[in-house]
Design a protein around this ligand. Structure first.
Ligand SMILES: *[C@@H]1O[C@H](CO)[C@@H](O)[C@H](O)[C@H]1NC(C)=O
Length: 385
């Protein structure tokens, strides 16, 4: 009888401890809500008009490039901006476009492009991030044989990097992809006929009608994804052969610009001046689904998207068009620019569902506990009486 009582009391104690533990776990979980304040970073740099944005996970800051001053800057979470690279070997007034951090080699890769009426220039630059931004190479990117750059110039628009340090650069004017190896050797990598097979969107205006392949990301399974502005299509490109396939999507990403990938779950973000699209795929991008579209501030002219600390999604409001239109030339240059977190309500919803499942599980456990307690008490009553 005595032995029975003591084992009952230890069982009793564990019955009490589990639900309490559960309650503690539930209470300590962050409850997502749309009232969360998005992280907005404003930074001051007169006349910068940045087009490219990336995040350096090691040094924990953003990197942005200048429209005309041949500089690349770091921007902290709090909006402190510092000049990281000032490369006067670049042609005067050249533009820094796409940026990517090569984490393997601790380098920053930057697309360099000269806008008309400057002489044509398209190159990829690499800077050593361990070394105060010393330049490793500046590789001019080859044109197609027979192309006259003075008639239609190449545009080195965006860049992605693989784990070996090879860079892949989109040519948005001529619809092909360059490859630049880690020593700076540049070649034309992919000229898939598919890149010229899709119809230009009917509502394409002058701002992107001639803009083809643009945002690009590298995926560790041996391929790249690249988006085409004027058709809104996404292509999957083999890293070895350069062969391309059209990704089947439930919509066209018209006027798409920069692209980024969230490591945690493989979500792809594509930005345009109007919105940010979130895409997922279950089959390594034979097919994909646009599962959220978030409206952006058109005035801010978003051009780039990146994933920052704690998997947060950020877009760059660089007001590039205003800079290109020339208001930067005189004292009237804009001084403030922004990097803003973008929040997907749909993702918030998913998180909540996950939370409800957990609460439901807790409740079920509680019911079982009550049932067993009742049985135990009945048993004890029987034994005592
Ligand atoms: C670069 O821009 C400045 C300021 O707009 C201008 O004065 C200068 O002539 C430009 N240089 C070239 C090579 O176009």
């Amino acid at each position: 009888m005595k032995a029975n009582m003591s084992s009952a009391s230890t069982r009793c104690r564990s019955f009490f401890v589990f639900p309490i533990l559960f309650a503690v776990v539930l209470l300590s979980l962050p409850i997502p809500s749309s009232a969360d304040t998005r992280h907005v970073i404003n930074f001051r740099s007169p006349g910068l008009y940045p087009e490219g944005l990336t995040w350096d996970p090691r040094d924990q800051h953003f990197l942005v490039g200048s429209l005309h001053s041949r500089t690349i800057h770091s921007v902290s979470d709090a909006g402190v901006i510092e000049t990281l690279i000032s490369d006067l070997d670049l042609p005067e007034n050249a533009t820094i476009l796409g940026l990517a951090v090569d984490s393997t080699n601790r380098r920053l890769l930057a697309c360099i492009h000269s806008l008309p009426p400057l002489p044509p220039f398209s190159a990829l630059a690499a800077y050593d991030l361990r070394n105060g931004g010393r330049r490793v190479f500046l590789s001019p990117l080859p044109s197609l044989p027979g192309d006259d750059e003075d008639i239609a110039r190449d545009v080195a628009n965006d860049v992605a990097v693989d784990f070996k340090g090879n860079a892949y650069v989109t040519n948005s004017a001529k619809n092909f992809i360059w490859k630049v190896d880690r020593d700076g050797a540049a070649s034309i990598f992919s000229r898939s006929p598919l890149f010229n097979s899709q119809p230009v969107a009917a509502d394409a205006d002058a701002s992107f009608r001639d803009c083809g392949l643009n945002g690009i990301v590298y995926i560790s399974k041996g391929y790249l994804l690249v988006v085409q502005s004027n058709t809104g299509k996404v292509f999957k490109v083999d890293e070895e052969s350069g062969n391309a396939r059209l990704v089947l999507l439930n919509g066209d990403l018209i006027a798409a610009d920069g692209m980024a990938r969230r490591q945690r779950d493989g979500t792809i973000m594509v930005v345009s001046q109007k919105k940010l699209w979130l895409l997922k795929s279950q089959d390594s991008w034979s097919e994909g689904v646009v599962y959220d579209e978030i409206d952006l501030d058109l005035e801010g002219f978003p051009t780039a998207v990146t994933v920052g600390e704690r998997d947060r999604i950020y877009v760059l409001y660089g007001r590039v068009m205003e800079g290109i239109m020339g208001s930067y030339k005189e004292e009237g240059a804009r001084e403030w620019f922004g990097i803003e977190e973008v929040w997907s309500e749909k993702e918030g919803g998913e998180d909540k569902i996950w939370l409800y499942v957990l609460i439901g599980f807790g409740f079920a456990y509680f019911c079982i506990w009550r049932f067993q307690m009742k049985k135990l008490i009945t048993n004890m009553d029987k034994k005592i009486t």
